[in-house]
Design a protein around this ligand. Structure first.
Ligand code: COA
Length: 185
């Protein structure tokens, strides 16, 4: 399973991809809004293996793709869409990029592709996502895609010695341009 966009190839994770993941997950800029203080080789390997295990789900409910640049094949992050365990109509999305590649629209491009996939091939009704409220870049990705902010959950996370509010965003099938278009045909 893979998805091609204008500049990116979203592909399944391979066994060796943990190296590239570890490289960027150790960057303090990346770590800022996660509970982790640092990342180890074992953690990066387990992270990638979890996504590789999802490839064998029958039927498949969770997809987490390596984000690679079509230009040179470099792995620059990951993004995914995961169906909720308790219903057939909803999934959530998540994404992360190596800090050296921030600010070029790559996260928005990758997230748009997995949302297309969710409303198109997976036939979902609702796609949600959440982020730490202070993580302006992450919230902006969702807003650029047209996700609606549904709420601010106060003191919803505690890590690194403080409380964090989180934001919940969602998009419905009929609000998403491609899904609405194909539903019209
Ligand atoms: C969140 C993240 C994926 C954004 O990636 P990105 O490739 O920089 O996003 P885009 O280039 O598509 O930009 C989306 C918007 O966010 C803005 N943005 C990105 N980083 C920002 C920052 N640190 N502060 C303010 N705005 C930021 C961009 O300017 C753009 O807004 P614009 O349309 O007004 O120009 C990236 O910062 C990241 O990987 N962070 C660490 C992991 C993470 O937090 N993941 C999300 C977990 S919920």
């Amino acid at each position: 399973m893979q998805i091609t966009t204008e500049r990116l190839l979203l592909r399944e994770f391979g066994a060796d991809d943990w190296r590239a993941v570890l490289d960027y997950q150790r960057d303090p800029l990346y770590l800022r809004y996660y509970p982790w203080e640092d990342r180890t080789e074992a953690e990066a390997r387990a992270f990638v293996e979890m996504f590789r295990d999802w490839q064998f789900e029958q039927p498949r409910r969770r997809f987490q793709f390596a984000i690679t640049r079509r230009e040179d094949g470099e792995l620059i992050g990951n993004c995914g869409i995961r169906r909720k365990p308790d219903n057939e109509w909803e999934a959530d999305i998540g994404y992360e990029l190596a800090p050296g590649w921030w600010g070029r629209g790559y996260a928005t491009e990758a997230a748009r592709a997995v949302v297309d996939f969710g409303f198109g091939e997976l036939g979902l009704q609702r796609i949600s996502s959440w982020c730490i409220a202070d993580n302006v870049g992450s919230a902006r990705v969702l807003e650029r895609l047209g996700f609606r902010k549904e709420g601010r959950l106060r003191r919803n996370e505690y890590f690194k010695g403080r409380w964090w509010d989180t934001l919940l965003y969602a998009m419905l099938a009929e609000e998403w341009p491609i899904a609405a278009k194909s539903a019209d045909i």
